[in-house]
Design a protein. Structure first.
Length: 323
């Protein structure tokens, strides 16, 4: 199923979810709070579906502002250094990954089959892994979360669903902007042309980019940025689900290897994409949830006090334990 149809279905599901939340109760509840085991309170407002569109400018601006925060600047600087360090090794890393992929029996190209209206049915592991970073995945996750939110009147689920869509859009804005600035050649055409590490054509024309996209769209990896942002949106809303982090990191690692072994990306396309995806995911989550009482205070079971006093003309020291 094409992404535009999935997006349309998501619109219907989320709209129904919002309508159902309002219709199933006499007075709409605008806020829901969730208290986690560590004492953190996550508070959500009733999501408005069209905020996915109306929040695009503010999400882009706030994300751009977040890039300038000290910690994020350090992360982006580190990613830039890692990118530069990896550039000379890109060709060798690509060749080694292709060889490993062949040994593992992985397909060299991600292709998909049709099943009724669905057009993204992966016939093998290579295609299934590549689908992780495709826009279809956050859309499908959003639909599932929106459906759960509809059934359970769950604002957290609905906000996570809209947050995934917001992160997908913001990732598209930033990744496409940088791709059209760097104009880095993807591995597949670079191998055909004999360009080790791929050629660079900064600011390719709109026509050239549209007609020959693989020649210019390697840096940074939009798939990696989208997958990372989606993971941090989900983790940010469900921090108590400890299995999400290891599973998510494993899938992102598998995606990174798959895209190199199938000649879609160079390894150096990843560092900046990973850091930007992290920043985008954190920013989107922060805009949709208010977190308070993040430190749980455990009452003491006893109190221990030292006392100094004088009795019968003698100075004494005593200890008092109160339960």
């Amino acid at each position: 199923m094409s992404k535009k149809y999935l997006f349309f279905i998501f619109i219907i599901v989320t709209a129904l979810a919002n309508a159902q939340v309002a219709d199933t109760i006499q007075r709409p509840v605008d806020i829901q709070s969730y208290t986690l085991s560590n004492g953190a309170i996550y508070t959500y407002k009733k999501p408005k579906f069209f905020s996915i569109v109306t929040k695009i400018p503010s999400n882009v601006v706030s994300t751009f502002h977040d890039f300038g925060k000290t910690n994020n600047m350090i992360g982006l600087a580190g990613a830039t250094v890692a990118t530069v360090a990896l550039l000379p090794a890109d060709q060798k890393l690509l060749e080694n990954s292709i060889a490993i992929g062949e040994d593992l029996g992985m397909a060299s190209v991600a292709r998909y089959k049709n099943f009724g209206p669905l057009s993204n049915i992966p016939p093998n592991a290579t295609s299934a892994i590549y689908l992780i970073g495709n826009g279809t995945t956050p859309i499908m996750l959003s639909m599932g979360l929106a459906t759960y939110g509809l059934i359970n009147n769950d604002y957290r689920s609905l906000n996570t669903a809209t947050g995934l869509m917001e992160s997908l859009i913001v990732c598209g804005v930033f990744s496409q902007t940088i791709k059209r600035i760097t104009g880095r050649q993807s591995p597949a055409p670079a191998l055909i042309d004999g360009n080790d590490g791929g050629s660079w054509t900064p600011f390719p024309s709109i026509i050239a980019y549209t007609k020959h996209t693989p020649r210019y769209d390697a840096m940074p990896s939009g798939h990696m940025m989208t997958a990372t942002a989606s993971l941090y949106v989900i983790m940010g809303n469900y921090p108590e689900k400890k299995w999400i982090r290891p599973v998510g990191y494993t899938l992102i690692g598998a995606l990174g290897f798959q895209m190199v072994q199938s000649s879609v990306h160079w390894v150096s396309d990843y560092p900046i994409a990973l850091v930007m995806g992290y920043i985008i995911g954190k920013n989107i989550t922060r805009s949709n949830v208010a977190i308070s009482n993040t430190k749980k205070t455990t009452p003491k079971k006893y109190a221990f006090n030292l006392d100094a006093y004088r009795q019968s003309g003698i100075n004494m020291i005593g200890a008092r334990i109160t339960f």
